[in-house]
Design a protein around this ligand. Sequence first.
Ligand code: HEC
Ligand code: HEC
Ligand code: HEC
Ligand code: HEC
Ligand code: HEC
Ligand code: HEC
Length: 638
Amino acid sequence: MKLRFTKTILWLVAGLAPAVLVMRVIHGPGSVTALTDIIPWGLWKGGGVVALVAIGGAGFTVAMLVYIFNCQLFKPVVRGAVLLALLCYSSVGLGLTVDIGIWWRIVFPVWHWQLHSVLFEVAWCIMLYLVVLSLEFSHTVLARIGWQRMLSAIEKLTMVIVIAGISLSTLHQSSLGTLFLATPFRLHPLWHTDFLPLLFFISAIGIGCLTISVATLFVHWLYEKAAPMRAVSGLGAICAVTMTLYGILRFADIIASGKAGLLVNPSWDAVNFWFEILLSVVIPVALLSQKRFRVSPAAMFWIGVTATVGLTLNRVNVSGLATLSLTHATYMPSWTEWAVSAGILAAAGLIFLFCVENLGLYASIGAEDVKRARAAGSLDPADWRTTFFSAHRHGEARLYSLVFVAAIAGSFAGLSDDAVFGVEPVATSTSSPRRVQVVKRDNGCSAPFTVALRDDVAAHSGAATSMALMVDGNRNGRYVLFDHEAHETRVEGGSNGCARCHHMNRPLDSATSCFECHRDEYLAVDLFDHQIHEIHTGGNHGCIRCHPGAGSPRTRANTPECTSCHPNMRPGNTRVQVADAGKRDRPSGYMQAMHGLCIECHRERKATLPVERQGIDQCAGCHGDLPAISGAVWQSWL
Ligand code: HEC
Ligand code: HEC
Ligand code: HEC
Ligand code: HEC
Ligand code: HEC
Ligand code: HEC
């Protein structure tokens, strides 16, 4: 009964993922995740990748004990450990694939080599290690299907494979830590240390011993067999030693680098830190050092679960949770993220059980035990409520497939509009520039010629001042200063050259401000408003002015040029040239309009300028070093 119950739950949870995954593939990660630009690594990477790799550390640890140190004690769990690692790493691969923006590029590291990137190394190690694990595991499969020649060939290679596996694991387990060395300003100092690679490696070994113990104990409980307790308690002892070392290193590092104060500083991070240490170090080490706990299956199971949660928390902290207080960001994974993570894990669990049943993963669980466990607690075939599910041959399959399909349907029904229809861009309307008085200063550094706001006139006494436009279309405080007057003389035609920039005008206007047409900061809009034209051309009587002939299609190409009624709309001789006919009368986003005009000209002109001013076409040439505006200052300019 408990076997059937467990499998039903696993199928149910596994069914939550597919619908979400399909929508994510169609509409991109933004449609189903709660990630933002500030928190780009969420549950899938932090929990699904960084933590799962550590949990999969069981594979290389046990393989090393059995094949290199020849500890026969651990033989009973070695196949399970290899499979556990294989499943963890496959889940990592799948999780990463759905997490990166353009998912089919997951294979790009194979031919696009980026030798300076830690992720590049991790990617390669994980790919190679997946191959190694498949080879290690093929052992079990070949033995089961009885391909003796292949089996003996693989057996001869065992040493090479195992050593390759250990080297690759050492490399990437630690490199995952290296990755976070790059985040000194994000990650809380209690976690950020130069020893991250070492700490990651040691804890993967320590907790890896327990994750395989948990899996082994759970499976034996399911099939009601005695677990290989000698192996399990041996692993417990190794874990106790390793995690003691880990704890000492961690605290020594914190104290040596003068961060001890943070340990007692009452803050959310300190609580989080102690909680993590309690779960991953204190409880496991304290309990595992006592023999009576090590030999008890129940105790070992719960210690293992606690430590695994602690280790996961550590990885989740490093990759996200412990960055929240420094980034001032919040992130709560959406239910769809949970569904995918849990679904992938549940599917892995089902595969594990399948291998236990069909490949003889544990010598202690034979075909008979499986049969008994599956038959146990079967329902009364005569009962009308259960007839459907307890049919003699396919009862289980019916139950599981029903649950699975129902979960898919349920999760699909629960998807948000964004997930189903894709994320729609949000409109951000633009407003007029403001005039501010500025002091010009030559700062001679990379930003060639900055314009400082005249926040303190006295400090700049004697400096030239001028009125500039503060261009901040979307009013978010990220503005650019534009000295309009100075620029009038910089265009061809001098002060008569307005049309060089003001390339288009609204009816009856000249030199119309850009924001009046480029009405959205990022999106293209339509300048032509049909309804307004209906009104201004006399309603039904006016249609014929633009749509001659009843039979002709009502398209823009078939209507007269705008300039036939608005002669000054497109002044000649402008800098802004748009070749793409599809964009006609559809002004692009404000940012694009600004960049199109400003950067183009700055590129052309920079060669004519003295060297120290040639940075005008670089981002900092316009965006750099501008005082932040807020509160009172902002008000005074309104
Ligand atoms: C180098 C390009 C350029 C030239 C030349 C230029 N302008 Fe502008 N003008 C701009 C930009 C950019 C803005 C601000 C963006 C916006 O309006 O959203 C602007 C804004 C304006 C504004 C609105 C200012 C406000 O306070 O709202 C007026 C009016 C204007 N220009 C008139 C002119 C006239 C008249 C000329 C010719 C003498 C001229 N411009 C030449 C680029 C130029
Ligand atoms: C009367 C409306 C109108 C005004 C005012 C206007 N634009 Fe445009 N702009 C357009 C339209 C419409 C297009 C699309 C191409 C076309 O139809 O010519 C465009 C295109 C552009 C482009 C090319 C963008 C691309 O996607 O390649 C740039 C650059 C540009 N505008 C800059 C400006 C600047 C700078 C100003 C202010 C100085 C300005 N525009 C004022 C209507 C306007
Ligand atoms: C000032 C010129 C002008 C006038 C006047 C005008 N139209 Fe249009 N009409 C257009 C243009 C331009 C389009 C193409 C719109 C587009 O591509 O977005 C269009 C498109 C249409 C369409 C296709 C609508 C669509 O969404 O695809 C219909 C129908 C239409 N007009 C009917 C009328 C009727 C009826 C009248 C009179 C009440 C009228 N128009 C007056 C310029 C005009
Ligand atoms: C048949 C003549 C005619 C044609 C063709 C025409 N317009 Fe107009 N348009 C008018 C009239 C009349 C008005 C209202 C009076 C005015 O503001 O000049 C107007 C007003 C406008 C306005 C200001 C109203 C508003 O607030 O939106 C814009 C912008 C405009 N037209 C854009 C266009 C564009 C873009 C085209 C080409 C796709 C176009 N017009 C083609 C006759 C025309
Ligand atoms: C017609 C060419 C041209 C266009 C268009 C143009 N610039 Fe410039 N801009 C220049 C040149 C040339 C300089 C360098 C002046 C110098 O250092 O002597 C310059 C300098 C600047 C500077 C340094 C301070 C100053 O005013 O001397 C800023 C800031 C700047 N531009 C912003 C902008 C922005 C923002 C836009 C678009 C709205 C823009 N420019 C469009 C030619 C242009
Ligand atoms: C010649 C001047 C100039 C240069 C060089 C320039 N920009 Fe801009 N940029 C502008 C102007 C003007 C705006 C409009 C400001 C606004 O609307 O807040 C803008 C807006 C932006 C915005 C939108 C800001 C917002 O408030 O949402 C971003 C992002 C941006 N630029 C990025 C860049 C990057 C990245 C570079 C370098 C590749 C760059 N810019 C180079 C002039 C420039």
